[in-house]
Design a protein around this ligand. Sequence first.
Ligand code: UFG
Length: 336
Amino acid sequence: MGKILVTGGAGYIGAHTVKRLVQSGHEVVVLDNLSTGHRDFARFADFVLGDVRDPVILDSLFASRAIDAVIHFAAASQVGESVRDPLFYYQNNVSGALALLGAMRKHMVNTLVFSSSCAVYGPPFDGLLTEDHPIAPLSPYAATKNMIERILEDMARASGLKYVALRYFNAAGADTDAEVGERHLPETHLIPLVLQTALGQRERLEIFGDDYPTPDGTAIRDYVHVLDLADAHISALNYLQKGGAPRAFNLGNGQGLSVLQIINAAREVTGQPIPVHMAPRRAGDSTRLVGDATLARQTLGWAPNHADIHDILATAWAWHQKEAACLPQSPRPAAL
Ligand code: UFG
């Protein structure tokens, strides 16, 4: 396979995927506007600064580099923010995908792996979510992912687009070499906030809701290691290259962990107390999202290597300690 264009390759999941692609011998071009990504995360590949919604940049990028396939991450990805500013989410995520698909069609690039989300699934469900579970997005963010999947389905039918949509459950953890990791500004995700609290960068962690219909009252998610997600993109490209049928796949470990369980596991991994405070539910949050990834395991040959939450937290902890060591030190009080 020739070059792979990775949009959003300077973001959290994108950067880990780029590093894995380069390690496995692929040539990669990253397109990122650095609105939420980081320049240092994109140091493993050819980097183009630009917005995926910009047809001029896309045109020159496809014209100047022999791109064979695209992995599309570039998107806004916060559930809560999308509830507050739905127009931004629809403009950014849906328009970005449309511009990219237009450029791909113009330059006859027909292979796409799309970064989707388990957030597309419908109402609370006690079991494991399979790909045929009813789709009913609760937030504008999730609706954008669903809309784009729908566009891809239609294009596959009409023009033979070869695509895989990967519905991630909750991405977590970091590169085992701690060269890249999770860095959102501002941070809104549970595990980084828990670890920043363990580092003393935050006084306490707010638990958003303890009145959910779950055993301990806090919301349940299926945390999946970012390196396992990265590997799935390479498996998906191989699958498409071998003529695999276009479709969506779940990527999760099938293990539901509550917010309180994550905090307790983080206390074990870090040895720190991690003070908490109960807060109201966050708008747009689901009660429980736990995935069945049998299809990805069987069809893509996906085999997660870091399914244990302690392993996930340990890699994240190493990354956050490294990040903290790079922060400017607060001035010491003058000696008396
Ligand atoms: N949470 C807290 N306190 C915090 C932060 C989060 O209690 O300070 C809770 C949330 O309410 C939620 C859980 O921790 O119940 C996980 O929250 P995250 O913000 O870490 O992740 P989300 O499940 O909201 O969303 C993430 C990604 C989405 C993706 C989704 C799939 O941000 O892009 O996972 O589940 F769609």
